[in-house]
Ligand binder design. Structure first.
Ligand SMILES: *Cc1c(COP(=O)(O)O)cnc(C)c1O
Length: 314
């Protein structure tokens, strides 16, 4: 039996999806970059990820704005205006037929024709793709809450070294911590910063709920758009939010914990290292925020509907 969600090329399997690169759309399995690309050799690349839910992009404008800021800080050039960039993303989704999609836009430093060591000589390369929606947490973890370990033997790359507001693939701190966490029985991890404060996890931000208020790290973490959406929901609901240093003690004393990412939304955490968080089931505030988060996915103010019948460039 063949799985329509998987493509195969050269004996490797790829998820179903559509990519755009070098001016054309192609099946995900055919989208490749050169091994000489600075994106691979030096992790000299930035990206952003947005999602489509029930055929609608969620807060696409904010993702494109963040991508633009990341590009500018790295002096990368994408010769497309916002409308053309948006149309490419829509067209990747439309051609893929996916109603729930994970959509990535990225730009690598590219290849320098002479293999020069001067980054100014590389030709920047823009790539976009749409693949099936993926989540940090699986269905059982969303239902019961995740088991997270706080890791402090690996520290988050300090913001003085790499600006975390530039969404990046410098993940060796996060991946090293993930392996340590898996060895200790965790489902995922959050890592501490150089001061020992709680930072973030592989592709997600973290929130503590204490006495009805929200606490989340501010410095040295990517300011996620899901994190921003939690701020927006909290304002509507009259829930106080404190963005600032979060200590390990605050994490251990939390009434509720949840993590946030484009890949999964708002996800409850019910176990921390060898302890239980609050009552050990997804908390009331977490559930309330989560319900509103998904409800906003139908709201015209936050979404853009994909027209699957019409070429985005027609
Ligand atoms: C993408 C990412 C997040 C989450 O950001 P969203 O915009 O909510 O998806 C958090 N931390 C890191 C390191 C990330 O790369």
């Amino acid at each position: 039996m063949t799985n329509p969600d998987v493509g195969r090329i050269d004996g490797l399997t790829y998820p179903h999806g559509v990519a755009y690169m070098a001016g054309r759309f192609l099946p995900m399995s055919e989208a490749r970059i050169s091994v000489l690309d600075w994106g691979l050799l030096h992790s000299d690349v930035t990206y952003d990820t947005v999602h489509v839910w029930n055929g609608r992009f969620f807060r696409l404008d904010l993702h494109i704005q963040r991508f633009r800021r990341s590009l500018a800080r790295l002096r990368l050039t994408v010769a497309l205006d916002d409308e053309a960039l948006g149309n490419i993303l829509v067209e990747c989704v439309r051609r893929s037929g996916l109603r729930n999609a994970y959509v990535e836009m990225l730009c690598t430093r590219g290849v320098s024709p002479t293999f020069s060591r001067d980054p100014r000589e590389a030709i920047n390369q823009f790539v976009a793709f749409a693949v099936p929606y993926g989540s940090v947490a699986n269905a059982r973890q969303l239902e019961e809450g995740l088991h997270v370990h706080l890791i402090d033997t690996v520290r988050r790359i300090p913001p003085e070294s790499i600006d975390p507001q530039i969404k990046n693939y410098h993940w060796l701190d996060l991946v090293t911590a993930q392996f340590q966490g898996f060895d200790a029985g965790a489902e995922t991890v959050v890592i501490a910063d150089m001061d020992g404060h709680v930072a973030e996890g592989p592709g997600f931000n973290i929130f503590v709920v204490k006495a009805g208020a929200l606490y989340t790290p501010e410095r040295g973490v990517l300011h996620g758009i899901t994190r921003q959406t939690v701020f927006d929901i909290a304002r509507q609901e009259g829930i106080a939010v404190h963005a600032g240093a979060v200590s390990e003690a605050m994490l251990r004393g939390a009434d509720e914990i949840f993590i946030t990412s484009t890949a999964g939304g708002i996800m409850p955490v019910t176990r921390l290292n060898n302890g239980i968080v609050g009552p050990g089931v997804p908390g009331e505030i977490t559930q309330r925020l989560l319900g509103i988060y998904w409800k906003w996915h139908d709201a015209p103010a936050y979404t853009l509907a994909v027209n699957y019948d019409k070429d985005a460039f027609a």
